[in-house]
Design a protein around this ligand. Structure first.
Ligand SMILES: *[C@@H]1O[C@H](CO)[C@@H](O)[C@H](O)[C@H]1NC(C)=O
Ligand SMILES: *[C@@H]1O[C@H](CO)[C@@H](O)[C@H](O)[C@H]1NC(C)=O
Ligand SMILES: *[C@@H]1O[C@H](CO)[C@@H](O)[C@H](O)[C@H]1NC(C)=O
Ligand SMILES: *[C@@H]1O[C@H](CO)[C@@H](O)[C@H](O)[C@H]1NC(C)=O
Ligand SMILES: *[C@@H]1O[C@H](CO)[C@@H](O)[C@H](O)[C@H]1NC(C)=O
Ligand SMILES: *[C@@H]1O[C@H](CO)[C@@H](O)[C@H](O)[C@H]1NC(C)=O
Ligand SMILES: *[C@@H]1O[C@H](CO)[C@@H](O)[C@H](O)[C@H]1NC(C)=O
Length: 501
C-alpha cells in the first residue's frame, strides 16, 4: 500500500500505514525502487517502456526504467529522410514504412498522441508493371487481372491473409496467449506449418496458380522484404499480402516511438551502447548492465534490439539458445526526377505503350543471368515544383541487392534532381524455420526480438514487448499490465489489451 502523507490526512493515513506495515509478510530485501533496463529504443524498446509505465500506473509500482539506445535517435529501423534535405518538404520513410488498419497499437498510438496518417511516399502495393526479365507486362484493370489469374486463384489467395490477420487480432484480446518462448506462440496461433514451408509451397497447397505465385506474390514479397517466394516462409509472404489500407504516420512513423518513450517517463540514454549483460547470482534475478556510459545493476533487463545486429555479450547459457539469424542487406535508393517515366527500353522491354510508374519483379526475372537489377522500383509521390524551372518531380524508391551506380541511374531515369542512397540490414532473412529464440530467457531477463524470425513489423514488435512486460510483471510483481481481475472489465469495441483494462 502507498502512504502519501499531508497535514490533513495524516492521522487516518498514518494509522493505515502502521496497519499495513504490521500485516505485510516479511519480504526478501530488494533494491528500492525496482530498476529495469530496456536495451534498444526502436518499436520494441520504446513500447516496452510505455507498457511498463502503464503497468506502473495501474499497479502503483515503484519502478524506474532506463532506455539504452546506441543511435542518436529513437525509432530504430523506422527513420526518415527529407527530399533535398529540406525540412519544409514532407519526409519519406527510409525503413519501416507502413502499418495496416488491423495494427491496433499503431492505430491507437496515432490517435492518442494526436498524430495523423498519410499515404504520401508509401508504395502501397499498386502493382502496375511486372518485369519478367524480357518484357514489362501489366495487370492494370480489374478485368485484365481476373482474365489473367482467374477468380478461383484470386479467391484462394485471400484465405490465408485473412486467417493470419485474424490470428494477430487475437493478441489484443483479454484472453490473448502469453508466451515464454516463440515456439509457444507459434503453436498457439497454429503457424508451425506455414513457418516450415516456403510461400510458393504453401500457396500451391492453397490451390493458388503458379502464375499468380510467380508474378503477383513474388512481386509483393520482393517489394516488401526483398526476398523470394521460393525461399521465404509462408508467414512472411502472407504478411506482405495483407497490406490493404496501409498508411504511414504523417511526419514519420518514428514519432510514435518518440511518444512512447516520452509518455513512459523513462530515462532515455541516447548514444549509449549496451555491451554486456551478466548476472551476479547463478540463477539470475539481478543483472549487471555494462554500457558505454558505465556499469549499473538492475532487477530486470529487457533486450529489445536484434541480438545478431548488436554487439552485446550475454551469458552463453542464453546466447547459445538463439538460433543463427542472418539479416537481409538492403540498398535503398531514393531519387527525384522530372522524367515522366523511366527508360523501359533499358530493361529490354520494347513497345511499352504506357510506361508503368512502378515496376515489380517476377520470379522469371530472377532467373536471368546475373539476377534482377533491383527488387522493386516505385514512384511514391509527386513533389510540387521542386525540379528545374519549377517543374514537378516524381519521387522514386528503388530496393536492390547491390549499390546502384550513378551511371545505371542515369540510364534508367535520365535527369535526376536529388539522389539518396542508404544501405542497411533491414529485416531478418525469413527462411522456413522450426526452432525459434526464447522470450523468457532467465529470471529477470527477456528478449523482445525473439518474434522477428516469425514476423518483422513495427506492430508485432509492440505486441512482443507487451507480452514481455506481462511476463515481467507476472514474475516480479504477481500482476500484469492490467492487474488481475481488471483485465476483463471491458468488452467495448476497439478494446486493446494494455491500452485498456
Ligand atoms: C525547401 O522547400 C520549400 C517548399 O517547397 C521551398 O520553398 C524552399 O525554397 C526550399 N528550401 C531550400 C533551401 O531549397
Ligand atoms: C490511420 O489509419 C489507420 C489505418 O488505415 C486507421 O485505422 C486510423 O483510423 C487512422 N487514424 C487517423 C487518426 O486518421
Ligand atoms: C513462464 O515461465 C515462468 C517461469 O518458468 C512460469 O512461472 C510461467 O508460468 C510461464 N508462463 C507461461 C505463460 O508459460
Ligand atoms: C485444392 O483442390 C483440391 C482438388 O480440387 C481439393 O481436394 C483441395 O481440398 C483444395 N485445397 C484447398 C486448400 O482449397
Ligand atoms: C518463365 O520462364 C519459363 C522458361 O522460359 C517459361 O516456360 C514460363 O512460361 C515463364 N513463366 C511465366 C509466368 O511467364
Ligand atoms: C501538389 O499540388 C497538387 C495540386 O496543386 C495538390 O493537390 C497536392 O496535394 C500537392 N502535393 C503536395 C505533396 O504538396
Ligand atoms: C465480457 O465478455 C465475457 C465473455 O463473453 C463475459 O464473460 C464478461 O462478463 C463480459 N464483461 C463485461 C464487463 O461485460
Amino acid at each position: 500500500m502507498r502512504c502519501r502523507l499531508s497535514v490533513h490526512t495524516l492521522p487516518v493515513l498514518a494509522a493505515q500505514c502502521v496497519l499495513a506495515a504490521a500485516f505485510s509478510p516479511a519480504q526478501e530485501p530488494r533494491s528500492t525502487p525496482h530498476r529495469i533496463a530496456v536495451v534498444g529504443a526502436g518499436a520494441g524498446g520504446s513500447s516496452a517502456a510505455f507498457w511498463l509505465s502503464k503497468a506502473r500506473e495501474r499497479n502503483a509500482l515503484d519502478v524506474i526504467v532506463d532506455v539504452y539506445e546506441r543511435a542518436d535517435y529513437v525509432g530504430g529501423r523506422a527513420t526518415i529522410v527529407y527530399p533535398y534535405d529540406n525540412r519544409s518538404l514532407a519526409p519519406i520513410e527510409l525503413g519501416a514504412s507502413l502499418y495496416a488498419p488491423g495494427n491496433l497499437d499503431m492505430v491507437r498510438a496515432v490517435a492518442e498522441f494526436g498524430l495523423s496518417n498519410t499515404s504520401f511516399g508509401i508504395g502501397n502495393a499498386e502493382v502496375d508493371g511486372f518485369w519478367d526479365g524480357k518484357t514489362i507486362g501489366g495487370a492494370a484493370g480489374d478485368g485484365q487481372f481476373i482474365a489473367r489469374y482467374g477468380l478461383e486463384t484470386i479467391g484462394n489467395a485471400q484465405v490465408a491473409p485473412q486467417t493470419v490477420v485474424g490470428a494477430v487480432g487475437s493478441l489484443y484480446a483479454p484472453t490473448r496467449p502469453v508466451w515464454n518462448t516463440t515456439s509457444a506462440l507459434v503453436n498457439a496461433l497454429n503457424w508451425a506449418a506455414m513457418l516450415s514451408s516456403t510461400g510458393a509451397e504453401f500457396y500451391t497447397t492453397q490451390n493458388v496458380s503458379r502464375l499468380f505465385i510467380d508474378e503477383l506474390i513474388e512481386a509483393l514479397s520482393r517489394a516488401n522484404y526483398c526476398q523470394d517466394v521460393n525461399k521465404m516462409h509462408a508467414i512472411g509472404v502472407t504478411i506482405g499480402l495483407a497490406t490493404t489500407g496501409a498508411v504511414s504516420v504523417a511526419g514519420g512513423n518514428r514519432q510514435v516511438f518518440e511518444n512512447f518513450v516520452k509518455a513512459s517517463g523513462a530515462t532515455l540514454k541516447l548514444n549509449t551502447e549496451a555491451v554486456q549483460v551478466y548476472s551476479i547470482l547463478p540463477a539470475g534475478g539481478r543483472w549487471i548492465l555494462k554500457s558505454s556510459a558505465g556499469v549499473r545493476t538492475y532487477d530486470a533487463v529487457i533486450l529489445a534490439a536484434p541480438f545478431h545486429l548488436s554487439n552485446i555479450a550475454l551469458p552463453p547459457s542464453f546466447s547459445s539458445t538463439i538460433p543463427p539469424q542472418p539479416y537481409k542487406r538492403v540498398h535503398v535508393t531514393l531519387l527525384t526526377t522530372t522524367s515522366p517515366s523511366f527508360n523501359t527500353a533499358y530493361l529490354g522491354a520494347q513497345n511499352v505503350i504506357t510506361p508503368p510508374t512502378s515496376v515489380f519483379i517476377t520470379l522469371n526475372a530472377t532467373r536471368r543471368p546475373g539476377g534482377p537489377v533491383f527488387n522493386s522500383l516505385q514512384r511514391l509521390a509527386v513533389l510540387n515544383g521542386t525540379g528545374k524551372g519549377g517543374k514537378d518531380e516524381s519521387l522514386v524508391k528503388i530496393f536492390s541487392d547491390e549499390v546502384l551506380s550513378d551511371a545505371f541511374l542515369d540510364e534508367l531515369v535520365g535527369e535526376r534532381g536529388w539522389t539518396f542512397k542508404h544501405t542497411w540490414d533491414a529485416f531478418p532473412i525469413l527462411t522456413p524455420a522450426t526452432s525459434f529464440p526464447p522470450v523468457h530467457v532467465a529470471k529477470g531477463l527477456y528478449y523482445v526480438n525473439a518474434l522477428e524470425p516469425v514476423v518483422s513489423t513495427m506492430e508485432t514488435e509492440t505486441i512482443a514487448a507487451r507480452n514481455v512486460v506481462d511476463l515481467l510483471l507476472s514474475e516480479q510483481f504477481a500482476s500484469g499490465i492490467c492487474p488481475p481481475g481488471q483485465e476483463l472489465a471491458s468488452n467495448a469495441t476497439g478494446f486493446v489489451y494494455g491500452w485498456d483494462c
